[in-house]
Write a protein that binds this ligand. Structure first.
Ligand code: URA
Length: 465
């Protein structure tokens, strides 16, 4: 007897076999909720062998996932382990997720900004591999600070401070741990449906009421083609909304590092400068994007009638010091030593420092931001393999931004490495990454598009995928 000889009821009760799900995906079919549930729980508990999961992932990468299938997989992965419930916080729980970029440190601004404006920010972060820096590594450059909190400790910090940034626990979304690691090894990362399910399953397991997505475009973005970033943004908004979480996505520029610092401790220093109300010109893009993202979080969190009113509230929280206090409260509650903030630059002790002067005169017209990210990683700030240590003091400070005119010999960047032998390769990366021109390059908008639920659904209806 074949599956087609069975009645609908018999079919619903029939045991599932992974080989059938692989064949179905290979032949262009879409898994339903029961089948994605079987796949996610089999990945989480190890009952499906890795070679069969790999085969299914490759079939999914080649044939794509339908919208319904993406939603079913997201929910099945979300439900594959324990979940966090923010209900006891007594506040609307809102988080932000960024698809990652170089110098992207908005989390250190938006978490305290939103918390200071009455929103709870339960932020569970993954550890980065690749050219984009990791939020947790940056935060852990603060002496004593712990990110590996239990869910009970996480809740206690949230109750006390309104925001907490922690690492994913092994029990949270175990299906993604297995599937993401396999995708990394089988060349199946870059699939919109799989990326959407991976990112959202982790965010939705934190029980969020609302979510703001920062989807990067440009030379440092995870997906290089703008149309792929657009599609992913719309897909994530529609999927999260269908799963019951109010969501908005902003497409934002990653055609140059965000702010002037890219590394670990130096990114914390830049964030704290802004929270303290300073306005260095080279950090203006970071300040603006953080206020826009926080504005949306405050709006979706019910604390402002519009995102613009949320922006104004966030700006006021910098001016009155409440965001700075919220950040320091969170750091202290997670074991961090606040004394280092008395003299943040004095605490910065890199093994080797090198100022790189501009090697041409002209306008900085383009930056290969991914190459700059690799330069930061090679200085010791990032890791090549999971589990490797990172240097809290390594990184790059840029003294000129895209569009600026620079004379040959003027300082362009300062590199901080673990030791002097690690400087040569990043300097070579840097020199290849920058294009000079004799006329100013066109301005690039910081936020190029916003997807609310309606806009995302309309985009997906017309998307030719
Ligand atoms: N980040 C994730 O968490 N998952 C992906 O698939 C890609 C980026």
């Amino acid at each position: 007897m074949t599956q087609t000889d069975l009645t609908q009821t018999e079919l619903a009760a029939a045991p599932l076999h992974i080989i059938d799900l692989i064949r179905k995906k290979r032949d262009g079919g879409a898994l339903d909720a029961r089948e994605t549930g079987f796949l996610a729980s089999g990945a989480a508990d190890g009952s499906i062998p890795l070679e069969q999961l790999s085969a299914w992932l490759m079939a999914a990468w080649l044939n794509g996932l339908s919208l319904d299938e993406t939603r079913a997989l997201t929910i099945a992965m979300r439900d594959s382990g324990v979940k966090f419930s923010p209900a006891r916080l007594g506040k609307v729980a809102v988080d932000k997720h960024s698809t990652g970029g170089v110098g992207d440190k908005t989390s250190f601004l938006i978490a305290p900004l939103a918390a200071a404006c009455g929103v709870a920010v339960p932020m569970i972060s993954g550890r980065a591999l690749g050219h984009t820096g990791g939020t947790l590594d940056k935060l852990e450059s603060i002496p004593g600070l712990r990110t590996a909190l239990t869910l009970e400790e996480f809740e206690a910090v949230l109750v006390k401070c309104g925001a907490s940034i922690v690492s994913q626990t092994p029990a949270l979304v175990p299906a993604d741990r297995v599937l993401y690691a396999l995708r990394d090894r089988t060349g199946t990362v870059e699939s919109p449906g799989l990326i959407c399910a991976s990112i959202l399953s982790k965010k939705l397991a934190a029980g969020l009421d609302a979510l703001v997505l920062d989807v990067k475009t440009g030379s440092g973005a995870f997906l290089r083609k703008p149309e792929d970033s657009e599609y992913l943004a719309a897909l994530m908004v529609a999927t999260a909304e269908a799963a019951g979480t109010r969501t908005v996505a902003l497409l934002t520029d990653m055609g140059q590092p965000l702010g002037h610092a890219a590394g670990n401790w130096i990114e914390i220093v830049e964030s704290v400068e802004l929270l303290r109300g300073q306005r260095p010109a080279e950090s203006e893009d970071l300040r603006e994007l953080s206020l826009i993202l926080a504005g949306w979080m405050i709006h979706l969190g019910g604390q402002a009638a519009t995102p613009e009113a949320g922006y104004a509230r966030a700006e006021a929280a910098i001016a009155d010091g409440s965001a700075m206090r919220a950040f320091f409260a969170m750091i202290e509650a997670q074991g961090g030593d606040l004394k280092v903030f008395d003299d943040p630059k004095g605490f910065h002790k890199p093994g080797a420092t090198q100022v790189v002067a501009a090697w041409e005169s002209g306008y900085i017209s383009e930056m290969d931001t991914t190459a700059l990210g690799w330069a930061v990683q090679r200085l010791g700030a990032g890791r090549e393999k999971a589990g490797e240590p990172v240097d809290p003091h390594a990184g790059i400070e840029f003294h000129a931004r895209r569009g600026a005119h620079i004379e040959k010999g003027q300082p362009f960047a300062t590199l901080y490495a673990t030791n002097a032998s690690m400087l040569a390769e990043p300097i070579a990366f840097l020199k290849k990454a920058i294009t000079f021109s004799q006329t100013p390059p066109p301005a690039v908008p910081l936020v190029s598009r916003i997807f609310t639920r309606k806009a995302a659904e309309e985009y997906l209806r017309n998307a030719n995928r």
